[in-house]
Design a protein around this ligand. Structure first.
Ligand SMILES: CC(C)(COP(=O)(O)OP(=O)(O)OC[C@H]1O[C@@H](n2cnc3c(N)ncnc32)[C@H](O)[C@@H]1OP(=O)(O)O)[C@@H](O)C(=O)NCCC(=O)NCCS
Length: 138
């Protein structure tokens, strides 16, 4: 298999320091450039855990970019939103170019994050559900 071949399974991972995120969060410009309104509202509810969750969200965006194989280009970071369901499970909600990329590749994505006092990490896995003709695998 060559590196350029489209794979039916893609994966991306990222790890970052929460202290760096805590510093970056002091800049409203950084927050707007990186996070959606929904994500910023989520951090607002996290109290002391805001920096850890923001670091996890950032890691998810970078993990997404690696799963796509592009790095952070061709989409805007706020288009890759990491939200939480009623049980606290994270899920990706994509908009704009990020959504278009995933749809064009026919991918279904899954994400998981973790953090300690110091570090946050995220993994994004994608499975191609459609064949070239656009039909689903069984
Ligand atoms: C791909 C990218 C996400 C790597 O992230 P990083 O934080 O710089 O570095 P990491 O240590 O997390 O990851 C490095 C690894 O990513 C992998 N990687 C590099 N390019 C990649 C790509 N196009 N697709 C998938 N993985 C890639 C490599 O394996 C690399 O490790 P290696 O050099 O030992 O092989 C980075 O190139 C990028 O696009 N960064 C953008 C950052 C940015 O724009 N931030 C803006 C907000 S502040």
């Amino acid at each position: 298999m060559t590196g350029m071949q489209e794979s039916s399974l893609v994966t991306g991972i990222d790890l970052l320091e929460i202290s760096r995120m805590r510093r970056s969060m002091q800049s409203p410009r950084f927050m707007t450039r990186v996070f959606s309104v929904k994500e910023q509202a989520l951090f607002g509810q996290k109290g002391k855990g805001a920096a850890a969750s923001a670091a996890a969200n950032f890691a998810a965006k970078e993990a997404f970019s690696k799963a796509m194989g592009t790095g952070v280009r061709g989409f805007a970071l706020p288009e890759v939103q990491l939200l939480r369901d009623e049980l606290g499970k994270p899920y990706l909600e994509l908009t704009g170019k990020a959504l278009a990329m995933v749809q064009a590749k026919g991918l279904e994505l899954s994400v998981s994050v973790s953090h300690t006092q110091e570090y946050a990490c995220a993994v994004v896995v994608g499975l191609r559900r459609k064949t070239e003709g656009g039909t689903e695998h069984d």
